[in-house]
Design a protein around this ligand. Sequence first.
Ligand SMILES: [Zn+2]
Length: 205
Amino acid sequence: MCNIEVKRKAISKKTRIEVYEKYNGHRAYCGCEMELGEMQVDHVESLYWYGRVDDLSNYMPACRACNFYKSTFPLEEFRENIKTIPERLEREFIYRLSKKYGIVQETDKPVKFYFETVNRNFVRCIMKLKKCLSITKCKKFSIFIYPKGHIKERRGMDEAPLKMFDIERNEKGEISYSEFLDFIKCEVTEIIPHSSGVNIVAELN
Ligand SMILES: [Zn+2]
């Protein structure tokens, strides 16, 4: 047993919000959405075993269940523990019975954590965009997509954008991002709010 005394930093409210926003309000492991209040901050590499990294890069937004089951295990061991849950359930008579009746079916699906399936740049863009749009109170606005380098080089919107989206808030003031989400999955370099909308500078594939 390793006996290193590790001082755990108290996590500030600001850092908690940053951790929460890392995956746009999703839990890093199982991927479900959650409220900030339900979030537990997990250390990817446990402080107990690794002793050092105690910053945002080592923090993951997690739910109580995943955080509990991961415990101090390294990521790959956690994955293995999830993968082999059915082996442990096999000891239960009712589990074996439910399989016989086809109520429970086992699959060979590989265990993928949510954070392994999302593009961090994309998540960052969405968060930034949401912040920009929460400042803009307009009911209707437009999103213009320009090629990379356009705004810095030309300092103006004289050129026609590559693509334009007209967006309208619903009665609750919410915005539907679905229309242009696929479009901004590319490399976004700048998000610039202005009076009638938002300019997104992006490198399109
Ligand atoms: Zn979870």
